[in-house]
Design a protein around this ligand. Structure first.
Ligand SMILES: *[C@@H]1O[C@H](CO)[C@@H](O)[C@H](O)[C@H]1NC(C)=O
Ligand SMILES: *[C@@H]1O[C@H](CO)[C@@H](O)[C@H](O)[C@H]1NC(C)=O
Ligand SMILES: *[C@@H]1O[C@H](CO)[C@@H](O)[C@H](O)[C@H]1NC(C)=O
Ligand SMILES: *[C@@H]1O[C@H](CO)[C@@H](O)[C@H](O)[C@H]1NC(C)=O
Ligand SMILES: *[C@@H]1O[C@H](CO)[C@@H](O)[C@H](O)[C@H]1NC(C)=O
Ligand SMILES: *[C@@H]1O[C@H](CO)[C@@H](O)[C@H](O)[C@H]1NC(C)=O
Ligand SMILES: *[C@@H]1O[C@H](CO)[C@@H](O)[C@H](O)[C@H]1NC(C)=O
Ligand SMILES: *[C@@H]1O[C@H](CO)[C@@H](O)[C@H](O)[C@H]1NC(C)=O
Ligand SMILES: *[C@@H]1O[C@H](CO)[C@@H](O)[C@H](O)[C@H]1NC(C)=O
Length: 897
């Protein structure tokens, strides 16, 4: 079974605009350059009067020959003078190779990485690292990062390079245990074997170190990056690191490391410490933090920390950048931090801040970045915050802050570039002639009441990259000055307003050639736009996410939409679009979500759609598509997790080809004209066998609440949250015949099973009670016969049950959850049922038990006609009753007593 990428596909779309809170990376590099790690020489060494040492040249050639170099990065590695080769430099006096820098500087675009067939051409690759490297005896600087040594271990012989000062093996596909031999590199001052801190990592290391003792031997180490190295089994791992006396920068983020409260630490020269996402032994801050008197950068995010008692930060007065996001700190901690007047960046998003923002927040004269999003802050913003004149980024979204924001609040924030005040209870009241003092690049004003007029001040903002004014109460046309070309937009999010008029002038990109359009997302759903989809849209070639759903758009889908080759998400649902789905959509090979539901599309599905191999959600519901279910859906779209074809004119049978969708978690074929029987191979929907949520986090792909059509109790449900947990099959309202396959009872993750309004016959599978997650079971309006399996009563999550209008007979099972589902309509229209909730009781001996009535040793069953309370005898023809024989009985075998 293939593994799926767990990268956040929307990583760089950043709705909440999470610019890195780690200024560290840049810091490191500058420090490094400034302090001139003693390389003896730099790349210019070649101007001297020697050529390289022959044995070293040979060693380099062996290294070259052991590597796959698809993009010819090592093409300069020919001739005698190896000191002049790319990536090499030699010592000015001795001529020894001292630098080998093979870092791959060419990093892929996100969409490339997400392609399951992504292949890194610019990577040097190899299934081994040539041991000839050890002949570079004077090597001081070795950088192999961001290449592809996919699956090999870090070779132990690197421990022989005794002169190394700098070793960087980050993100090059190294796996397994880190060799303790690295501990022999006693001159090492810089070591990085972790994840790069970039957004997405094509070929990550997957390293473990079960014994970090080797680190303790690197006594000259100043920079240590083990980000992402699994240290969960390294007992005293942190102790070893804390012994390093020269350490200036330490990155142990995401190491699964136990961070204890030590009695003694030696790394008191630390100026930068990153410990995000680890396992602190104690929720309070380790007291040794106070001994790091020179600490400037501290990252402790996502560690379940709080520090209500100790007030540790009050004493950490050297701090400049502090990241405490994702912990349990409260407002008292924030108050104590307000002491640290040197702070320039503070992140306390995702904590338990409540009440008002303390007015002490004004005590940070140097503050440039303040992140307090996603807390429970309420009340109005204290006036002192508006005095932070150096602020460049203010993130206070997703709180319960209130107030009417006006021009004078922002008057001093001249430096502001990034502002997120989304999802609070703000309104913004400014005059239509307001000229803000700032030029914003990011505007997050989702759910801020801004309308009804389109904000005129946006006209003054010439640097906007991303704008979010979702649900802002704007009832207006988009003015012509706000065309996609008026700015260097990368993303616009305006759903849930009442924006009106045609999209033409907004998206008019007539002079597109003169401008680099880099629009990544355009989210305009739930508005009142009219007219057709403008063809100019097709010129936004970089678009990855387009949502025009829930408007009043009409006309056909422009064929040229197929030119948007980067599109990953396309929502056009709930409009009045018509015509055939254009075959050009088959060019959108990156699509993950295609939603065309609730329009008037007709005709057949274009066969080119089989090229949409990356689709995880296909929603074509409520159109007029008249086709058979094409075999390529199962054969080619094998990543599908959500398939919704309901309420169209799909006809023919449900073929076995559909069963090749192991990740499918929602199958909705309801209200079509499908015939034949339900395939037994539905058991192959393995995702429905699991009670775990799927990997596809739908909510990360939709701005407005995601909508997936399903049927519950015959009523359309709009799922909003937790789409990834939904597991459902709906085949209601077709012409399906035959029995309910027993195999479906193996899909134990199912929450909804709706097979109503078909012609299914036979019995309800006895082991239906296996479907413990079922919340909705609708088998009504079929021709099901036999008893209701007593196991039904063991489905505790069942909240909707409909078995009406079948030919069911026998006692109605009771007990447990069924006790609450006691509306007679659940069972009506079955002439042979008896017992509660009907007034007729079953005859003695026929009352249902947990094991059901005993049938096999009688040659008839007594059942009751619930309508007239008359006894009915159902004679068994065979002596041994089993599912099949009962199913073969028709209604005519019922006889009134
Ligand atoms: C999806 O979003 C949730 C919360 O918004 C976040 O925790 C999660 O990491 C995201 N998933 C991916 C795969 O990005
Ligand atoms: C170059 O050659 C001269 C004479 O052989 C020697 O003195 C000198 O050290 C060499 N290196 C450089 C860098 O000039
Ligand atoms: C890395 O190398 C391995 C083995 O050579 C190869 O299978 C894999 O596709 C490469 N990965 C990338 C992303 O290029
Ligand atoms: C190192 O160089 C020596 C001689 O120059 C050679 O014999 C040996 O094979 C080399 N070692 C490696 C590992 O390439
Ligand atoms: C990393 O390696 C461990 C075994 O050491 C393995 O269980 C895990 O699946 C690997 N993770 C990834 C993402 O490859
Ligand atoms: C740590 O510091 C203590 C006291 O200053 C010293 O005795 C000890 O040798 C140091 N340990 C290391 C590994 O430097
Ligand atoms: C912190 O420093 C104090 C005195 O400077 C010392 O007594 C204490 O042991 C140190 N604590 C740690 C954890 O190193
Ligand atoms: C703000 O939150 C605090 C603490 O949760 C609560 O006591 C207070 O009543 C709230 N104030 C307002 C105005 O909602
Ligand atoms: C169902 O899965 C089994 C085993 O994985 C496979 O052999 C069979 O071909 C699949 N059936 C269909 C119809 O895809």
């Amino acid at each position: 079974m293939k593994t799926k990428k767990l990268l956040n596909p929307m990583g760089h779309l950043n709705f909440l605009d999470t610019t890195s809170s780690l200024p560290f990376l840049f810091l490191f590099i500058t420090i490094l350059v400034a302090s001139q790690i003693p390389l003896g020489c730099t790349g210019q060494a070649h101007s001297s009067n020697f050529t390289c040492i022959e044995s070293e040249r040979q060693a380099l050639l062996r290294l070259r020959d052991s590597l796959t170099d698809e993009s010819n990065r090592l093409s300069s590695w020919i001739g005698e003078d190896c000191c002049s080769w790319d990536g090499i430099s030699c010592h000015k006096i001795t001529g020894h190779v001292v630098t080998l820098d093979l870092r791959n500087l060419e990093q892929p675009e996100l969409y490339e990485v997400l392609d399951p067939s992504y292949h890194c051409k610019s990577c040097l690759a190899g299934d081994q690292l040539s041991p000839s490297l050890v002949n570079l005896t004077n090597l001081r600087y070795l950088d192999l990062s961001l290449n592809n040594f996919s699956g090999i271990q870090i070779p132990t012989f690197l421990g022989l390079l005794k002169d190394l000062r700098y070793l960087n093996l980050s993100d090059a596909g190294f796996v397994g245990e880190v060799p303790r031999h690295l501990g022999n590199l006693s001159h090492l001052r810089y070591l990085d074997i972790g994840f790069a801190s970039s957004n997405y990592i094509p070929i990550a290391n997957n390293l473990t170190s079960n014994d970090v003792g080797w680190v303790a031997r690197l006594s000259s180490l100043e920079y240590l990056f083990l980000r992402g190295v699994n240290l969960s089994n390294a007992r005293d791992g942190f102790l070893a690191v804390s012994m390093l006396p020269s350490l200036k920068t330490l990155d142990l983020a995401s190491c699964k490391l136990v961070v204890p409260h030590l009695l003694h630490v030696n790394f008191t020269s630390l100026s930068s410490l990153e410990l995000g996402s680890n396992q602190f032994l104690n929720p309070t801050l380790p007291p040794w933090l106070r001994n790091l008197t020179g600490l400037q950068d501290l990252g402790l995010s996502y560690n379940n920390l709080d520090d209500k008692v100790h007030d540790t930060f009050r004493q950490m007065t050297s701090l400049v950048n502090l990241d405490l996001g994702g912990n349990h700190f409260d407002t008292s901690t924030l108050r104590s931090i307000c002491n640290i007047s040197s702070l320039t960046s503070l992140d306390m998003s995702d904590n338990e801040l409540q009440g008002s923002i303390p007015s002490e927040i004004g005590q940070f004269p140097q503050l440039t970045v303040l992140k307090l999003s996603n807390n429970r802050l309420n009340d109005t913003i204290p006036s002192s915050l508006w005095q932070l004149t150096k602020l460049q980024a203010l993130y206070i979204g997703a709180n319960a802050l209130t107030g009417e924001l006006s021009e004078h609040h922002f008057a001093k924030l001249k430096e502001l570039k990034r502002l997120d005040i989304s999802d609070n209870l703000f309104s913004l009241h400014v005059s239509s002639s307001w000229v803000p003092p700032f030029q914003l690049q990011y505007i997050g004003m989702g759910s801020v009441k801004i309308g009804p007029r389109f904000p005129n001040w946006l006209r003054t903002q010439k640097e906007i990259e991303k704008l979010n004014m979702a649900n802002a109460g704007i009832s207006d046309a988009i003015p012509s000055w706000f065309g996609v070309l008026s700015n260097d937009f990368r993303g616009i999010i305006l759903p849930g307003n009442k924006l009106e008029g045609s999209l033409n002038s907004f998206i008019s990109v007539a002079d597109v050639d003169k401008k680099v359009v880099q629009m990544l997302y355009l989210v305009l759903n739930h508005n009142h736009f009219t007219g057709s989809i403008p063809k100019d849209l097709c010129k936004l070639k970089t678009l990855e996410y387009l949502d025009l759903s829930n408007n009043h758009l009409s006309g056909r889908i422009p064929l040229c939409l197929g030119n948007l080759r980067n599109l990953r998400i396309l929502h056009l649902g709930s409009n009045s679009l018509y015509g055939q789905i254009p075959g050009s959509l088959g060019n959108l090979g990156e699509l993950i979500i295609l939603q065309l539901s609730k329009n008037r599309f007709d005709g057949k599905l274009p066969p080119s759609m089989q090229n949409l191999k990356r689709l995880q959600s296909l929603d074509l519901g409520e159109n007029r598509i008249a086709d058979t279910i094409p075999p390529w859906i199962g054969e080619r779209l094998s990543d599908l997790e959500f398939l919704t074809l309901q309420s169209n004119n799909f006809h023919g049978g449900i073929s076995n080809t559909l069963c090749q969708l192991p990740y499918l978690q929602v199958l909705n074929l309801a209200h079509n004209d499908l015939s034949g029987s339900i395939p037994h191979c539905f058991k192959n929907f393995t995702a429905m066998e699991s009670t775990e949520p799927g990997t596809f986090q739908y909510s990360n792909y939709t701005y407005h609440d995601p909508v997936l059509h399903n049927f519950k109790a015959g009523i359309e449900l709009e799922y909003s949250k937790n789409m990834e947990s939904v597991k459902s099959i709906s085949l209601s309202g077709n012409n399906l015949v035959g029995e309910i396959p027993d195999e479906i009872m193996g899909l134990v993750g199912l929450q909804t099973l709706n097979l109503s309004k078909n012609h299914l016959n036979g019995r309800i599978p006895k082991n239906i009670g296996n479907l413990k997650q079922l919340e909705t079971l609708d088998l009504s309006m079929n021709e099901l016969s036999g008893e209701i399996p007593p196991s039904l009563s063991s489905i505790y999550s069942l909240s909707f049950l409909n078995l009406s209008y079948n030919k069911l007979s026998g006692p109605i099972p009771s007990g447990n959850q069924l006790q609450t589902l006691n509306d007679p309509s659940t069972y009506e229209g079955n002439i042979g049922l008896c017992g509660k909730p009907f007034p007729n009781s079953c005859p003695a001996g026929e009352s249902p038990t947990e094991n059901g009535p005993v049938l096999d040793d009688k040659d008839y069953i007594i059942i009751y006609n619930t309508k007239n309370n008359k006894k009915i005898f159902f004679f068994k023809r065979q002596h041994h009753i089993n599912h099949k024989t009962v199913q073969s009985q028709s209604l005519s075998s019922f006889k009134s007593a």
